[in-house]
Design a protein around this ligand. Structure first.
Ligand code: IPM
Ligand code: MG
Length: 384
């Protein structure tokens, strides 16, 4: 048995419940490939604040980065954001933990696959007849750095003294609401787009899917730049991958007809954040979203929740663990445990096909048994 340590952030809200279910599935499935997964807790989020006085204890941050593979259950809680977070905005854990990890580890590629199976089309929010017999694959690969997310932090030091005040550039944690002007600097670096889009093209080529690049090139400079680079690299290096460009507003409309977005989908950080929630909801529920963030150079990776922490369901054993469980399949594949990864995906598909549901997957007409978080986890475990 090979042993692999994985840093574990169980997180806030319903995170710990969903992660407990997902960790058991991951440990069991990995055995199929002779892999022993040893989770090591590196607490972060509001739960960590309660114990250590910091949503990002430095010891946790250091250790998680050092381990280099993180299973991240999601951080944040609207209640604490508006109480402690109002007094200490720098403690809000989304930026303090998640964005800091992404940046520190250089996690450029954010995979968020949405797979529509014909036999599960009735679970989705789109008209089942819009799903072709062979299903639909939307492999979203969000560009996870730079853009509007990191612009101010990354570029502020380039400005002259006084410029920030004059043009309203400030960090989010310093915003008071009394400013005359506030500016987010959004940017893409040529070298980063090139690295990113080569990885996306290579992925599309390896799975035999077309590449759909999303932008707002009709209005914004950075997306015009993006489209020119994507077009050039497509033409010169990947003439065999079918490339189309889609404006972000029309891409958003196409979420209702998923087959029109069948392929590997490349998009900027902010667009990817917005569209991937919509895509997951169209697929059936935000609770089904799985997500991985990878540094293509070092292989460092964080397996994220992508879909928040379901704070209103916390402590009630109601949140859907499937997104977290499918995320462990991505983690296992990254660690070379392909049989285990496949077994997890098949088990989830079987559980759903057999009609097992968590509350978020049922509409008012549903009469069957509704499974709790742990029950769904145990069922998937038994199907491995
Ligand atoms: C996501 C989340 C994060 C993001 C938040 C929690 C910082 O919404 O992973 O999609 O905006 O990237
Ligand atoms: Mg998001």
């Amino acid at each position: 048995m090979t042993r692999k340590i994985v840093a574990l952030v169980t997180g806030d809200g319903s995170g710990p419940e969903m992660m407990a279910a997902a960790c058991s599935v991951a440990v069991e499935a990995a055995k199929k490939d002779g892999l022993e997964i040893a989770f090591e807790e590196t607490p972060m989020g509001w739960n960590a604040y309660g114990k250590y006085g910091d949503t990002l204890p430095q010891e946790s941050f250091k250790r998680a980065v050092e381990i280099g593979t993180i299973f991240f259950g999601g951080v944040g809680d609207p209640k604490l954001d508006s109480t402690i977070g109002a007094e200490k905005p720098e403690m809000r854990p989304e930026a303090r933990c998640l964005l800091a990890l992404r940046k520190k580890m250089g996690l450029l590629l954010n995979f968020r696959p949405m797979i529509y199976y014909k036999e599960l089309a009735h679970l989705s929010m789109v008209k089942p007849e819009t799903i072709p017999d062979q299903g639909v694959q939307q492999v979203w690969i969000r560009f996870l750095l730079e853009d509007s997310y990191f612009g101010n932090e990354d570029l502020m030091a380039e400005l002259q003294p006084g410029d920030c005040e004059r043009i309203g550039v400030k960090l989010k944690k310093k915003v008071t609401g009394d400013e005359k002007l506030v500016t987010d600097m959004a940017y893409f670096r040529q070298s980063t787009i090139e690295k990113y889009i080569r990885a996306a093209f290579n992925y599309a080529k390896s799975v035999g899917l077309p590449l759909i690049s999303i932008d707002k090139a009709n209005v914004m400079a950075r997306y015009d730049f993006w489209r020119r680079i994507v077009t050039r690299i497509g033409k010169t290096e990947f003439p065999d991958v079918h490339l189309t460009h889609q404006l972000v507003d029309s891409a958003n409309a196409l979420l209702f007809t998923p087959a029109k977005l069948h392929g590997v989908i490349a998009c900027g950080n902010e667009h990817g954040d917005i569209l991937s929630d919509g895509a997951a909801a169209a697929l059936g529920s935000m609770g089904m979203m799985c997500s991985s963030a990878i540094n293509p150079d070092t292989g460092q990776a964080m397996f994220e929740s992508g879909a928040g922490t379901a704070p209103t369901l916390a402590g009630q054993d109601k949140a859907n663990p499937i997104g977290r469980i499918l995320t462990t399949a991505m983690m296992l594949r990254h660690l070379g445990a392909n049989k285990g990864a496949r077994a997890i995906e098949d088990a989830v598909r079987t559980a759903l096909k057999d009609g097992h549901r968590t509350a978020d997957l049922c509409d008012a007409t549903y009469v069957g048994n509704i499974l709790g978080t742990q029950e769904m986890g145990r069922l998937i475990l038994s199907l491995l």
